[in-house]
Design a protein around this ligand. Structure first.
Ligand code: HEC
Length: 143
């Protein structure tokens, strides 16, 4: 009879014990899931690169301004002081000392567009003027 009682106790105890283990397992899994999601959030915060997106690209942002407003006059067959077509513009700006990265606002290129001398007829949109100034301030990179 005693043996039977003991067996019964064991039977009751065993599932209880198992439930405890399962509970612990879920707790651990839950903890891991939370940890994992925290780490994902961390990398999300670290990935954005605002510095890269705000760097002005000469080929993608500056040259198109020259193409639109300048090369009608500043191209080899209608040569006016500087050549601003895409294969020559960057070198031409430096050969003619039109860029001063140490004092960007004193650059001849900036002076000409800011004062409205170039282009001669319609002034360059102010957004393009500040774009060119910022590009010079960023070191006038050929990027
Ligand atoms: C309608 C024709 C025409 C257009 C368009 C034009 N230019 Fe000029 N540009 C000239 C002529 C002509 C000269 C040389 C005579 C002078 O300095 O006025 C000149 C001279 C310059 C100079 C001075 C070069 C030096 O060695 O001192 C710069 C800088 C310049 N242009 C930049 C530009 C830029 C940048 C644009 C476009 C935003 C532009 N130009 C559009 C005709 C033009």
């Amino acid at each position: 009879m005693d043996k039977l009682l003991n067996n019964l106790k064991d039977m009751k105890y065993t599932p209880y014990y198992n439930n405890f283990n399962i509970g612990l397992l879920f707790l651990m899994i839950g903890g891991l899931v939370i940890l994992q999601s925290c780490e994902e959030k961390k990398t999300e915060v670290l990935t954005p690169a605002p510095a890269l997106s705000s760097t002005i690209s000469y080929s993608r942002q500056i040259q198109p301004v020259f193409n639109m407003y300048c090369i009608a006059c500043h191209e080899p067959s209608n040569f006016q002081a500087i050549n601003l077509i895409d294969t020559a513009s960057y070198k031409s700006l430096f050969v003619n000392h039109l860029i001063d990265t140490l004092s960007p606002e004193k650059s001849e290129l900036y002076f000409e567009i800011k004062e409205g001398y170039m282009p001669p007829s319609v002034p360059l949109p102010s957004t393009d003027i500040s774009l060119i100034l910022t590009w010079i301030e960023q070191g006038a990179k050929n990027n």
